[in-house]
Design a protein. Structure first.
Length: 363
């Protein structure tokens, strides 16, 4: 199988590419424009072979996307290219509309034209897999808002969309475009919506790597508001495995929610990382503190910050047999160990424009 992966130099996209190259005989066409968060070093050289091709192409460039389809003749598309950081969407929403909405439209239209000209046999096998987020659903009631012992609701595939941020609104828009291309033109599509990912090769503006690297640098660990916001945490390699199951076995027109069954308050996530660093890297701790948790600093909350996300992933488990292999403790330990062992990767990232600063003030 030949799979075109957009955003394959990004965090989740590179995990998908690594999984395909390590665990299958599929060929991969990695299409990535290499924005600030794209990094070709996230695909180790030892995985590259004649099964791997990289194309530095913007998904908004219709002519180039058409060329990629005509040149490489993929059997499936896994569309992960996106602007994805909520804080950046607050400060500059235009880039999110351009990439996530216009880019998805451009890719869909190129895929439709390509698919329509395939032989009947190849046409029947083709699939456009759109990878999205649980943030399109808005947020859920927080346990602190409900009577003690109340059953907490979860996002299902039937939860109505209610995006809260420019980022989630742009992803909701792209989801709607994908469904409309399937219904209007018959393009074979499937959509997945995932919870918060964490793991190796994560660009350090996101919470988990941001906390790890700030802690190692002896810098404050910023926690929005009181840190009570709850997310469902999914180890990125579990997610990559799920996505590859969907592209091979998911039925056309289906939606699958993918979650890690790990609801944690943001403050507890930060404290877990600090505890792991105390165990795994005590010698790197600043002499000014007795524990990494001493660096925790509460800062003004993000505008429109959702209170809780949590996914019901029972559908993909029942239909396709997928379940996460890592729980929060094992996955977070692997993540911290990876950052400690791969300083050269993240140091090169930090030599760019990003300097572990805070974004998303909304000002």
């Amino acid at each position: 199988m030949k799979i075109l992966v957009t955003g394959g130099a990004g965090f989740i996209g590179s995990a998908v590419v690594r999984h395909l190259l390590e665990n299958t005989q599929d060929s991969v066409i990695n299409v990535d424009v290499l924005t600030y968060a794209g990094n070709t070093e996230s695909i180790p050289d030892e995985l590259k072979s004649d099964r791997y091709t990289f194309e530095q192409v913007d998904i908004c460039d219709a002519a180039e996307i058409k060329r990629v389809f005509e040149t490489h003749q993929p059997d499936a598309v896994m569309h992960l290219a996106a602007e994805s950081h909520v804080d950046r969407s607050i400060d500059g929403p235009g880039a999110f509309i351009q990439t996530n909405v216009v880019g998805t439209y451009t890719l869909l239209d190129a895929a439709r034209e390509y698919w329509q000209n395939l032989s009947q046999a190849r046409k029947a096998q083709f699939l456009f897999h759109h990878i999205s987020t649980d943030e399109v659903y808005g947020d859920l009631p927080h346990p602190d808002e409900l009577p003690s012992g109340s059953e907490l609701p979860l996002f299902t595939e039937d939860t109505p969309y209610a995006p809260s941020s420019p980022y989630s609104a742009s992803k909701a828009s792209s989801d709607h475009l994908v469904r409309s291309w399937q219904r209007t033109y018959g393009l074979p599509t499937v959509i997945t919506n995932c919870s918060n990912n964490y793991g190796p090769y994560h660009f350090p503006e996101k919470l988990v790597p941001h906390v790890i690297l700030n802690a190692l640098a002896g810098k404050p660990l910023p926690v929005y508001g009181d840190g009570s916001q709850i997310r469902d945490w999914l180890f990125v390699e579990d997610h990559a495995r799920a996505l590859c199951v969907v592209v091979k076995s998911g039925r056309v027109g289906e939606t699958f929610n993918i979650g890690g069954h790990n609801e944690k308050r943001n403050l507890d996530v930060v404290r877990t990382i600090c505890t792991l660093l105390d165990e795994l890297a005590p010698e790197q701790r600043s002499p000014d503190i007795s524990a990494y948790a001493d660096l925790i600093t509460f800062v003004k909350d993000r505008p429109g910050h959702d209170a809780r996300y949590a996914i019901d992933a029972s559908h993909i488990q029942k239909e396709l047999g997928w379940a996460p292999e890592e729980d929060f403790v094992s996955g977070m330990r692997k993540t911290v160990q990876w950052y400690l062992a791969n300083e050269s990767w993240w140091q090169r990232v930090l030599t760019g424009k990003y300097k572990l600063g805070r974004l998303g003030e909304g000002e």
